[in-house]
Design a protein around this ligand. Sequence first.
Ligand code: PAF
Length: 279
Amino acid sequence: MKVIKNASQMQRIAFKHLLDGDEIGLVPTMGALHAGHISLIEKSVKNDDVTIVSIFINPVQFGPNEDYLKYPRPIKNDLQICKKNYVDYVFMPTVNDMFPSDHKTFVEVKTLQDIMCGVFRPTHFRGVATVVSKLFNISYADRAYFGMKDFQQLKIIEKMVKDLNFRTKIVPCPIVREKSGLALSSRNSYLSSQEKNFAISISKTLKEASIEFKNKPFNIVNKNALNKLKKIPNSKIDYIEIVNLNDLSPTSKNAKKAALAVAVWVGKTRLIDNIVMTK
Ligand code: PAF
């Protein structure tokens, strides 16, 4: 496994693999790798000739009062995980390499970036779309692997790939959960054990909602789920929405499939989760 810290060098290496006919898989991450990331790495190692894991805590996707500085950085452990899971390259650029002070170009996916999480994190998805475009250009990835926990991010990247004709195919991967149901997230490390117990109600609520969705109108499902989330101690709900699976628009009354997506603060930690519901 090679650790590459420079974008031009990574791009040269990836281009050589492309010329050699290798299929390249990219797993974009911000580090603090957990079993969710490992499931993406495993898929790439299985599908692709070359697997690149990027570890870059992208400052451009954090708002001014968000957790950029305190975001976990267990780099030694991350590298061990990559090595153990047969990653070929870990791409770990510096902030200055990715976003030098004269950087001026940003990618925006209008409408999709402004709803749901975008209401509360207005510059977040612009930062994500921009860094992911750069990572695609640097890695020449044939496939890039994204977890479905970040459902809105996944939809935004799929739209960006379509609109801007990127060659990279997006591979959505299922949410990995703890036994308790809690969706894995690098931010779970912020939770105290008591908060973690409270947070379990989020996935429990989603699961119960998906059962109700089979025979109840979606607005009732939404209302019942909202009432359950409201009961979580020391919490604040940013949003709970039932949306169309393709374009995140509000679901229609007769939809046979929809996603229930939530963002909930437990203490000082903002957690997102979602479930795909079918009739
Ligand atoms: O999902 C993440 O970890 C990040 O948003 C991503 C896709 C690596 C971009 O920084």
